[in-house]
Design a binder for this molecule. Structure first.
Ligand SMILES: C[S@@+](CC[C@H](N)C(=O)[O-])C[C@H]1O[C@@H](n2cnc3c(N)ncnc32)[C@H](O)[C@@H]1O
Length: 299
């Protein structure tokens, strides 16, 4: 299903440059972190030998800054005039209606700084486990859980989503997934673009869902340029950004993943998902979005 009509040409063209702004922003953090390592800390070889650590630190700083921009926070419900001025825009507006449906035991993949936490205050949610590998974001995440009154419910797992890391991290906090799915809801908000081996990761997440459990996703995806609503310019822009190092500077993010296909395949062993309600937006741009709910068969 596809919902949005393309904006006027001028807006479509400027939209193609939006990722460039993000990339320059992230690059500036990366170069700052490298400069600090060399000139302030005397770690002359760090930009060559410790790229993983420096990229992680730079991405953490970038994401803290990015996610504190009011229009990006995505979590504010515009129920007063003042808040309406800060209402989420663009892809961020896709998130609140989706996350409001989260319930039970929730696994939040790559929560970042916890921008979505205000949407997770429902009493229908019993516990939330946030798997966040970027250590530089944990302090913000913890702060956010406390300020949203979720400190008791929210457990930070210092790991990535790959089962080899996630399963032991869950076991450490008393959640045993060996016997099957334990999560009522799994949240993937702007994170499947960054995980290594997306096919395997999504299959592993599928296994962690309880029967009848729901995967809620909002992800930017490859531009479907061969379809009527897709855009060749959007697809070319994605290729150019990838070539210029998008993934390097933006925490391993990929602009060109066919996430819908991978989601479909993940449930094939069980004869497919019980239901898949996916909406596509911004298909004219370099960051088209896929958003919606996938329900695992109950038995
Ligand atoms: C673009 S940010 C999105 C953060 C948050 N979900 C939001 O929408 O505000 C991507 C997040 O995924 C995290 N991430 C990257 N690779 C990951 C992995 N393999 N497993 C879990 N999280 C990962 C990053 O550290 C980052 O916090």
């Amino acid at each position: 299903m596809s919902s949005d009509a393309p904006p006027p040409l001028g807006e479509r063209i400027s939209g193609l440059f939006e990722p460039a702004q993000l990339m320059i922003w992230a690059m500036s953090h990366y170069f700052r972190v490298c400069t600090e390592a060399v000139f302030q800390k005397g770690q002359v070889l760090a930009p060559l030998l410790q790229t993983g650590r420096l990229r992680d630190e730079a991405f953490g700083r970038f994401w803290i800054e990015f996610s504190s921009t009011p229009a990006r926070t995505a979590a504010i419900e515009p129920n007063s005039e003042d808040e309406a001025n800060n209402a989420p825009v663009g892809s961020s507006a896709l998130i609140p209606p989706l996350l409001k449906t989260a319930s039970g035991v929730v696994l939040d993949i790559g929560p970042g700084t916890g921008t979505q936490m205000p949407l997770l205050r429902s009493p229908a949610i019993k516990a939330i486990y946030g798997a966040e590998p970027c250590a530089g974001l944990h302090a913000e995440l913890r702060k956010k859980a406390a300020s949203e009154g979720l400190a008791e419910k929210y457990t930070i797992l210092p790991c990535g989503v790959a089962a080899a890391e996630l399963v032991p991290a869950l076991a450490d906090v008393g959640v045993d997934v060996d016997s099957g799915g334990v999560f009522d809801t799994i949240l993937c908000v702007r994170v499947l673009c960054s995980v290594p081996e997306m096919e395997r990761t999504v299959r592993e997440l599928y296994r962690l869902l309880k029967p009848g459990g729901r995967l809620l996703i909002t992800e930017h995806v490859v531009n479907p340029w061969r379809t009527a609503k897709g855009s060749l310019a959007g697809r070319l822009a994605q290729a150019v950004y990838q070539f210029l190092g998008w993934s390097w500077y933006i925490g391993d993010c990929h602009l060109d993943r066919d996430t819908e296909k991978v989601l479909r395949v993940a449930a094939e062993g069980d004869g497919g998902w019980e239901s898949m309600q996916l909406d596509r937006c911004f298909e004219w741009s370099a960051m088209p979005y896929l958003s919606g709910t996938l329900v695992k068969k109950s038995g």
